[in-house]
Design a binder for this molecule. Structure first.
Ligand code: M6R
Length: 609
């Protein structure tokens, strides 16, 4: 994520940028910084922590300028610290840059720049951009930025300024948002319109691959093929709060819709088609250590626990390592049998969940090798685990976890296949199929997101229901648990997730016409079995909503409502099947008038036992 802001005009850029960053703080808040050009010098202030720390810093060490850039950071590469905070400069503090995105090839770029004599002062991927621009700079910032971008692989929204030319800001975007605010004699730049609305309602949305040169009185935009293009400005009618949510009514809805992008961000730079390889630089386990793993023990809470449950199927199938999954609050009070041959994996969006953190400390005390899968960079769990695999989903604001869950699953898929390939227990062909399947997931998610209005219609019919059962089998059983958890936590409807085959051992007694059943019946080796379980529920009067694939002909006569999701390999199906359940819970919650983003009695990060 991260938020970026830029300004050029007659006002004090520091004030404008600070106000813009305040609006973008939801995009990241581990550090922030502003740089302006004053008297042919770059003046830069950076502070760790929330924006108000930057404000204090600027109060005591004031800076001034009519052109500047600013950033609020959501760490991806390099821990939250002052030296990793943006803006970043080149060796001579001539050029200064802010960036949102991930530079996939930054390690190789950094090495070659260092060989050419460039000195780096941070661990970020962003700093390579400043040095590349420096390398290509020959009195023309626009040309230098364009050349630098040719070397870069990955996603970016950037703003760059140069102390030798305070008449322009050069910006560019690819797979990360950037808008330009247009006003007479001044221009604004930001990651989203929320940061601009207090100054102007006229904005230009840059398109993928665009580079723009922005001056007080002009904007020149070049498209991906370097042709000058005319991008029309649009009038934005949102208010500030709508804008922060990019026009969505709630953060949860926005985060559901972000999932095509966030899953891609999780695997970006970690798979290579050419090498048929998974590259997890942060996991520094040696081949010998991986071969010696006797058991995998996964520990997490809530939604993260459900991601862990799914990965058990994957670890056992592909790595051939026995895997168990534990609820963190239970794990710490039983007597886990763990030693240095056990790999423990801790999954946590926030990285601060008290029970998961305590479990991690327990495992480390028993000499286990520990891996954290976290979204928040620099969080306690990510710092204390031996190795961390970040999900790169950006801040998740809605209490109900959505994009973090699909990010965790994506990270787990990568980890499973990484371990399996190092152990050489999967073939090259299996790995190649996995890589191409994973690459296609964002498209399949985008298709699934188009089902939202159909699901809203179904939700209308069930908004007054008092109870719900969610059924599935095998790798989708945890998705039934996750769907039920989503409904419970945001709409306060009692919901149970159950393995469909277990119904006849008790819970089927609950079924009558007042108990609707949501069932996952996509194509898989257990599809026929699920059909039988649906019939058992239907025979007892339950209304059935089925998540299915179009090719499942029988489902239409066996169920009352069908949500047809795109077909993917059963192995990847949890990533798709969870989305209709997120939407369903969301729409029911809205219809019931519940507080979607901050449901009663809950907190985003549970830092107490
Ligand atoms: O930050 P964590 O992933 O450790 O949080 C774990 C749970 O508290 C969290 O997943 C919770 O269950 C969510 N509210 C579910 O939507």
């Amino acid at each position: 994520m991260c938020g970026i802001v830029g300004y050029i005009g007659k006002k004090n850029a520091v004030d404008v940028i600070y106000c813009g960053l305040e609006k973008l703080e939801y995009r990241g808040y581990d550090s922030a910084g502003i740089a302006v050009i004053d008297n042919k010098k770059i003046q830069r202030r950076r502070s760790i922590g929330k924006l108000k720390n930057l404000q204090e810093n600027i109060k005591t060490n004031s800076i001034y300028g009519n052109i500047g850039i600013g950033h609020t950071r959501w760490a991806t590469h390099g821990k939250p610290s002052q030296e990793n905070a943006h803006p970043h400069t080149d060796c001579n503090e001539k050029i200064v840059v802010v960036h949102n995105g991930i530079i996939e090839n930054y390690i190789e770029l950094k090495k070659s720049l260092q060989n050419e004599g460039h000195k780096f002062s941070s661990q970020t991927d962003t700093e390579v951009i400043a040095h590349l621009i420096e390398k290509y700079y020959k009195n023309d910032l626009l040309v230098a930025v364009k050349l630098a971008l040719k070397d870069i692989r990955g996603s970016y929204a950037i703003c760059a300024i140069c102390k030798e030319d305070k008449s322009r800001i050069v910006v560019a975007r690819k797979d990360a948002p950037l808008v330009i605010g247009v006003a007479l004699g001044e221009k604004y730049i930001a990651s989203d319109v929320s940061a601009l609305l207090q100054y102007t309602k006229d904005v230009i949305f840059l398109e993928n691959g665009d580079v723009a040169e922005i001056k007080e009185d002009s904007i020149k935009i070049f498209d991906i093929d370097d042709n000058v293009v005319d991008r029309k400005s649009q009038k934005i009618l949102w208010n500030a709060i709508q804008a922060e949510k990019c026009g969505y009514k709630h953060f949860m809805l926005k985060e559901i819709f972000e999932q095509a992008q966030t899953t891609q961000d999780t695997f970006r730079g970690r798979i290579s088609d050419e090498l048929n390889k998974i590259i997890l630089e942060s996991i520094k386990l040696t081949k010998k250590e991986i071969l010696s793993i006797s058991r995998i023990c996964i520990v997490a809470c809530g939604t993260s626990y459900h991601a862990g449950l799914i990965s058990k199927f994957l670890f056992e199938k592909f790595t051939e390592i026995p895997t168990e999954v534990n609820i963190a609050s239970e794990f710490r009070y039983c007597s886990p049998v763990i030693d240095d041959k056990v790999l423990t994996i801790f999954i946590s969006q926030s990285g601060e969940t008290a029970d998961t953190l305590a479990a991690l400390r327990l495992a480390r005390g028993k000499k286990s090798k520990t891996i954290a899968i976290c979204n928040v960079v620099g969080s306690s769990i990510s710092r204390e685990a031996n190795y961390t695999l970040y999900t790169h989903c950006g801040p998740e604001i809605g209490v109900a976890s959505t994009k973090a869950f699909t990010g965790q699953l994506t990270a787990l898929y990568l980890l499973v296949m990484y371990i399996a390939s190092i152990k050489e227990v999967i073939s090259n062909e299996q790995l190649a199929n996995f890589i191409s399947g994973l690459r296609d997931i964002p498209n399949k998610i985008s298709e699934t997101l188009k089902l939202s209005s159909q699901i809203e219609e179904i939700a209308k019919l069930f908004q007054n229901t008092k109870q719900f059962i969610y059924l599935a089998r095998n790798i989708n059983y945890p998705i039934a648990l996750e769907g039920a958890l989503k409904l419970k936590e945001i709409s306060y409807i009692y919901a149970e997730g159950y393995p469909a085959g277990e119904m006849k051992h008790g819970p089927i007694a609950l079924i009558d016409e007042t108990m609707p059943v949501m069932v996952i019946a996509t194509n898989s080796k257990v599809y026929e079995k699920v059909l039988s379980n649906i019939e058992e529920a239907k025979a007892r009067g339950a209304k059935i909503i089925a998540i299915a694939n179009k090719s499942n002909n029988d489902i239409v006569k066996n169920s009352d409502y069908q949500i047809f999701v795109p077909e993917v390999d059963d192995f990847f199906s949890p990533l798709i099947n969870v989305i209709p359940l997120q939407f369903f819970a969301y729409f029911v919650s809205v219809m019931k008038g519940c507080d979607v983003d901050q449901p009663r009695n809950l907190a985003k990060s549970v830092t107490v036992e």
